[in-house]
Ligand binder design. Structure first.
Ligand SMILES: Nc1nc2c(c(=O)[nH]1)N[C@H]1C(S)=C(S)[C@@H](COP(=O)(O)O)O[C@H]1N2
Ligand SMILES: [Mo]
Length: 296
């Protein structure tokens, strides 16, 4: 199935109410028929966004605590005024760019993406932002560049970041992944500025990878010719790989990735099969000939 990534459907077209009744009809119509038909219909409904409340109160942002509710409680202490991003390494125009200046050069659009955490929960989020490729083209990528490294701001006086993690939070992508049109820099959600708990004022969103790749509150982007160190991989290399592509066939050492649990959903606790590349089949060609179990 083709999951849309361009903005021909907005969250206003897929209200929870409409989706609820459609789902009821599908289930009634399918009767006791093939499960795959129902599963397929359920997947088609999966672009019904989670609510603002769900997206902004159930978070992972370890700089502000380990519980899912901590970022909503504590991230307000992060000062996001006058935000700059340093872009350096193998680029034609390195520099310290004001976020306002970057944003004024970019087309901001809405993208409704499925979002799958490695812990097996998932959401659907209506992001606002621009393609990372547009930013990389704006600064000019040198031909020797092969990877993009990202860093989150780290300010101990504004964060309650605990021990155990070698701050700042770091992530990275291969250059072709970074340049893929699905990869976005998000500056908002539901048409509003990005809430601090979700990674204000700007964060990465890579919808076919586990959520930990989607690094928040970015202050530095470096183009390199070597695979950069990444936070979760440094912590637990056997559990969290550099690639972290969503894949139901490759288990986490401590749990299966075959199914996922959609946050919210009211009456229906929805468990659905996990889709390879989180359903974004258009990225499969990036990994042709690669052993996805070895390069997990
Ligand atoms: N800087 C930073 N970025 C981060 C994290 C974090 O702890 N710190 N957590 C990651 C994980 S594990 C997930 S699942 C997503 C959660 O994004 P959300 O809270 O907007 O759903 O952010 C990712 N980006
Ligand atoms: Mo995650």
């Amino acid at each position: 199935m083709a999951f849309r990534w361009k903005n021909d459907l907005t969250y206003k077209d897929v209200t929870p109410e409409a989706a609820f009744w459609n789902r009821r009809q599908v289930m009634a119509g399918a009767g006791g028929l093939a499960l795959s038909g129902v599963a397929g219909a359920a997947q088609a409904q999966d672009l019904e966004p989670n609510t603002w409340e769900e997206i902004t109160t159930y978070n992972n942002f370890y700089e502000f605590g380990l519980d899912k509710g901590d970022p909503a409680k504590y991230a307000h202490t992060l000062n996001t005024d006058d935000w700059h991003i340093t872009i350096d390494g193998l680029v034609d125009k390195p520099g310290d760019y004001a976020l306002d200046e970057i944003v004024s050069q970019m087309d901001i659009e809405e993208r409704i993406y499925r979002f799958r955490c490695v812990e097996t929960w998932s959401m659907v989020v209506p992001w606002n932002g621009f393609e990372l490729a547009d930013l990389l083209n704006f600064v000019g990528v040198k031909p020797e560049a092969k990877y993009v490294a990202f860093e989150t701001v780290f300010r101990r006086d504004e964060m309650r970041a605990g021990g155990g993690i070698d701050w700042p939070y770091r992530e990275g992508l291969r250059l072709d992944e970074a340049m893929h049109p699905l990869t976005m820099m998000a500056t908002g959600l539901y048409g509003k500025p990005m809430p601090k708990q979700n990674g204000a004022p700007i964060r990465l969103v890579v919808p076919w990878k586990y959520g930990f790749k989607s690094i928040k509150s970015i202050i530095k982007i470096t183009l390199t010719d070597k695979e950069p160190p990444t936070t979760w991989n440094m912590l637990q290399p056997r559990e969290y790989g550099f690639y972290a592509n969503v894949n139901p066939e490759v288990s986490h050492p401590r749990w299966s990735q075959a199914q996922e649990r959609r946050i919210g959903g009211g009456l229906f606790a929805r468990r659905t099969p996990t889709l390879k590349f989180n359903g974004y089949d258009e990225v499969a060609s990036l990994y042709e000939g690669m052993d996805l179990a070895a390069k997990f």
